[in-house]
Design a protein around this ligand. Sequence first.
Ligand code: HEM
Length: 233
Amino acid sequence: MSLLSEAGWLFLLRWIHFLSGITWIGLLYYFNFVQVPFFAETEAPVRSGAQQKLLPRALWWFRWGAMFTFLSGWIYLLHYWLGKRGLTDPQTLVILVGGLLGTIMWANVWFVIWPKNKIVIQNAVDVAAGKPANPAAAAAGARGGLASRTNVVFSIPMLLFMGSASHFPMPMPSSAPVFWALMLIIMALVEINALTGTPGKGAAKPLATVKGTLWFGFILTVVFYLVFMVLGR
Ligand code: HEM
């Protein structure tokens, strides 16, 4: 089979999608499972050095990994799944659920996590140069952290649905409007918590720890799965 055929370029797109997806999600897990707990217990000068020199590098690969995953995923989705198979195909529906979760995650990266971390990095650079600290930096870090933990939560059902579409299909819902209403409301509630919740309090409390975040993600996955099963024909 030639790489110049349609199947060939679609496969190349898929390959780019996996490569950029693992770059992105690998760094997301590094930030949440390794770096945040390390920053919490390390000495201030070590943390400041890492914020100035390590964080910008890691965030470069992180946000561009997210961008390439998003673009390759949507080109594939629009061209093949929505374009050729259509919305009545159960596999398209499952990919779309995974793709929507990935899209919210991509928006969190570009419009919350990266801008908030720019404030944190600039603050570390300024303080190291003897300039006054930015009083907004701690809150920016906490908001970026909550959005990042929310992305860990979303990544768990996202990968389940993205992978299950071709290998473990879900049943078609008996009512598409009820299905999408439920799915979108659940996604919106979790995202609103990331954008407006108080870090460490209320519904954001479980996301203060890695254990709580993982529990949240697996429970959310079960909830989405139940929506498929209860509404499935
Ligand atoms: C950002 C939004 C995303 C969109 C719109 C999207 C879209 C897609 C589409 C259309 C496919 C089907 C390709 C095919 O038919 O073979 C796919 C597959 C896949 N995606 Fe994504 N994706 C997104 C995010 C992610 C992320 C963040 C990951 C993390 C690694 C990921 C991992 C995968 C994997 C592993 C498959 C292959 C599943 C299989 O072979 O059955 N995707 N994605």
